[in-house]
Design a protein around this ligand. Structure first.
Ligand code: PRP
Length: 202
């Protein structure tokens, strides 16, 4: 029995399609059910940001999650495979026509990605005040809540439609299959078999 935490929504569906192909079985969550048990697998339907938590604590052996979420959690987990889904960048967003003013004594940044943002500015020896938001990050610079944002950019449309410009990229992200360290060593053959079969579907 192997437990796999999936991030609710499109990525979970796309991952289950890959498992379906790899194991010649149909895997679909019923209605509002959060657990799907079939053919030796237990799939958990959890919030995106919670996937590393389930895997870290060993409540799930494997997980499927974006590198940006993984970086933000700073947990010691094994990256098994890039699934190539959910490709995006974590970038700085600025009011159109503006640039970051590195001469300021401190930059105020609104973001969901607190740690990634903090690390980026600290590496550049810039004092930073992080304002944690949970969504609609693009609003913050427009109403003077922050100097800039650090957020996910996929097509760039959201920033553009809100009078922002995509600035420097902090990291590239895509969805990865991850493993709990103890699970990996205890169930190595099974986990490597899964990785191989999933890789073959990519
Ligand atoms: C992300 C991000 C941007 C948008 C970027 O939000 O926060 O708002 O996608 O995509 P674009 O560059 O293609 O316009 P998401 O849809 O993940 O929702 P969330 O803010 O609720 O996490």
């Amino acid at each position: 029995m192997l437990t796999i935490a999936l991030p609710k929504g499109r990525i979970a569906e796309q991952t289950l399609e890959k498992f379906a192909k790899a194991f010649n079985e149909e895997f679909i969550f019923e209605d509002r059910k959060l657990i799907l048990q079939k053919s030796g697998f237990t799939f958990l339907n959890v919030r995106n940001q919670d996937v590393p938590t389930y895997v870290m604590h060993g409540a799930a052996d494997l997980g499927v999650v974006g590198l940006d979420v993984l970086e933000e959690k700073e947990y010691d987990l094994i990256k098994l495979l890039d699934l190539g889904l959910g490709r995006c960048k974590v970038s700085i967003g600025l009011r159109a026509g503006e640039e970051l003013d590195w001469t300021k004594s401190q930059i105020t940044v609104a973001t969901k990605h607190e740690k990634i943002a903090k690390r980026y500015f600290e590496q550049k020896a810039m004092a930073v005040e992080i304002i944690k938001l949970y969504g609609s990050i693009e609003l913050a610079p427009l109403v003077g809540l922050s100097d800039c944002i650090v957020d996910i950019v996929e097509t760039g449309t959201t920033m553009k439609q809100n009078g922002l410009e995509v600035g420097p990229t902090i990291m590239e992200s895509s969805v990865h299959l991850i493993a709990n360290k103890n699970s990996f060593y205890a169930k190595k053959d099974q986990i490597l078999d899964i990785r191989e079969r999933i890789e073959a579907t990519l």
